[in-house]
Design a protein around this ligand. Structure first.
Ligand code: PMP
Ligand code: GLN
Length: 388
């Protein structure tokens, strides 16, 4: 194998989903719903295939989907998006993240990101020969009602070689939703150092009041420098479709588009037709999604607490980080291995979302996903209560 991939093992998601299958465990690990999205959206995909939408789409994305992405941005964020110059459709947010890093970051540049981080960021930074500078998010404490960051630590991570800041809000795995004030602070630093921003918002519609999703590109200081990344997988409970997109000012969109044309060129045509229909669903669909996730969040939080796993309620995303440090395991990996093989429940050890230097900060937690039907959540909780 080439050096750039030789230090990669199997991703923790594949590893724990395979372990869950092998041990007949309830899978609260990898974040995918165990239910499908709207029938009308699945119907739209089938109709598109029957109607012959089966050849390459336009490289930047089917025109109608780009239009629907612009309408969605206007409806939810009051954002003016030109569908021809500001949008590229990708194969999931995963491709979008790679395209943005390929398009904006040179070898030797530095990228600032928060820990814990979604695992593909670190791999993609490696792919381009850049250097990551990580700033740890700190857990809630007496002074902080939610996960927070030390402003001086962020400031210290910025330097003359910094090209990109990666944001993820709502945040996987902490469930943190960044506030407007936090984004203004970060935007100020980016303006000072002429840094661009990749904003990963795949959980944009899974947010719990009083938290509200603030799209970073709608914060004035960030508007001209932010590439917004999102996808349809979580919002429409169809994670296997892998349709994502970027929205960015034309010059940044161009840089991303140049990378995209040689990464996948174009993405699945019939699923683009159906994604346009999905993005045009009425407001009630999006409200209902958040309401249902709130009920699942409450159910799992309650169950975890009964099983002796206290947790801070996430403000967004479909993940809960529980404290495990009082249980006497050497670390989160040992806890999650025990859980999947002996208790029959899969969770994700969050220390894999940290750099080696800060890995210890994740070792006192485990990540549980609540994008599961009631019966599955109940069975998971029952096993935790009896087996832990
Ligand atoms: N970013 C984050 C924070 C995620 O949690 C995920 C998916 N699990 C992705 C990106 C990838 O999204 P997609 O499936 O659309 O590629
Ligand atoms: N984003 C999902 C998670 O965090 C899974 C993504 C993946 O399997 N690569 O669980």
């Amino acid at each position: 194998a080439a050096e750039r991939v030789s230090r990669f093992g199997t991703t923790v998601f594949s590893e724990f989903s395979a372990l869950a299958l092998k041990h007949g465990a309830v899978n609260l690990g990898q974040g995918f719903p165990d239910f499908d999205g709207p029938e009308a959206v699945k119907e739209a995909a089938q109709r598109a295939i029957r109607d012959g939408v089966n050849q390459y789409a336009m490289g930047m994305g089917a025109k109608d989907l780009r239009q629907a992405i612009a309408e969605h941005a206007a409806r939810f964020y009051g954002q003016q998006v030109n569908p021809d110059t500001m949008v590229t459709v990708t194969s999931g947010a995963t491709e979008a993240i790679l395209d943005v890093i390929l398009g904006l970051v040179d070898p030797g540049d530095e990228v600032v990101a928060f820990e814990p981080f979604y695992d593909s960021y670190d791999a993609n930074i490696t792919f381009v020969g850049a250097k990551a500078r990580y700033v740890p998010l700190r857990p809630p404490d007496a002074q902080h009602a939610t996960w927070w960051f030390d402003r001086e630590e962020v400031r210290a991570a910025f330097g003359p070689r910094t090209r990109l800041l990666i944001l993820n809000t709502p945040h996987n795995p902490t469930g943190k939703v960044f506030t407007r004030e936090e984004l203004e602070f970060l935007g100020g630093l980016c303006a000072e150092h002429d840094v661009k921003v990749l904003s990963d918002e795949v959980y944009e519609h899974i947010v719990f009041a009083p938290a509200r999703h603030v799209r970073p590109s709608t914060v004035p200081v960030l508007a001209d420098r932010t590439v917004t990344v999102s996808s349809m997988g979580k919002t429409f409970s169809l994670t296997g479709w892998k349709i994502g997109w970027v929205i960015a000012p034309p010059s940044l969109r161009d840089a991303v588009q140049r990378a995209h044309q040689f990464v996948t060129f174009a993405t699945a045509s019939p699923l683009q037709v159906a994604t346009a229909a999905a993005l045009r669903l009425p407001d009630s669909y999006f409200q209902e999604l958040a309401t249902q996730y709130l009920a699942r969040r409450e159910k799992l939080l309650r169950g975890l607490k009964e099983a002796g796993l206290p947790a801070h309620a996430p403000e967004g995303s479909y993940f809960i980080l529980t404290n495990i440090s009082h249980l006497g395991f050497p670390d989160d990996m040992a806890f999650c291995r025990h859980l999947v093989t002996q208790v029959g429940v899969a969770a994700i050890p969050p220390s894999v979302f940290y750099s080696p230097e800060h890995r210890h900060l994740g070792q006192g937690f485990a990540r549980f996903a609540f994008c599961k039907t009631d019966g599955v959540l109940d069975e998971g909780v029952r096993r935790l209560r009896e087996g832990l």
